[in-house]
Design a protein around this ligand. Structure first.
Ligand code: ZN
Length: 138
């Protein structure tokens, strides 16, 4: 279906097949191999080579919208309250992998440090919804 060259995400992530929870032509979602909350998934664009949120512009709004929809789907957010889950992106210097990936977390976090790492107050994380508003204005 795809060659590795068309799927640059494979240079950065190698989920086990059993950890893949969703995939379509544009994105793939899988369990984080070191979960930091009750449930922890990553949603990754398959073929769009972007290092991080600072490279996103208005042309990426459909992709980001799609990633958010997939996040809602895999977290099953219709049964959750807003404070029970989080979706978003690390920003420098907390970004660990130079390929765009959205964290989807079902709370609670496993420890205080993780709560800080995934909070906007730390300055190292941005919620997917805030980011969407920001790139729509770019
Ligand atoms: Zn990350």
């Amino acid at each position: 279906m795809y060659t590795t060259q068309q799927e640059p995400w494979k240079e950065f992530f190698s989920p086990r097949p059993e950890d893949i929870v969703y995939e379509d032509a544009h994105v793939i979602a899988f369990r984080d191999k070191t979960p930091q909350a009750a449930r922890h998934f990553l949603v990754v664009p398959r073929a769009v080579r972007i290092k991080g949120v600072e490279q996103l512009s208005r042309e990426h709004v459909p992709l980001l919208n799609h990633m958010i929809q997939v996040g809602h789907h895999i977290l099953n957010t219709t049964s959750l309250l807003p404070h029970q889950y989080r979706m978003g992106f690390h920003v420098k210097p907390f970004r660990s992998i130079p390929y765009l990936h959205m964290h989807c977390l079902l709370l609670p976090f496993r420890n205080t440090w993780q709560r800080i790492r995934f909070s906007e107050a730390s300055g190292g994380f941005i919620s997917a919804f805030r980011l969407l508003g920001r790139i729509q204005a770019r």
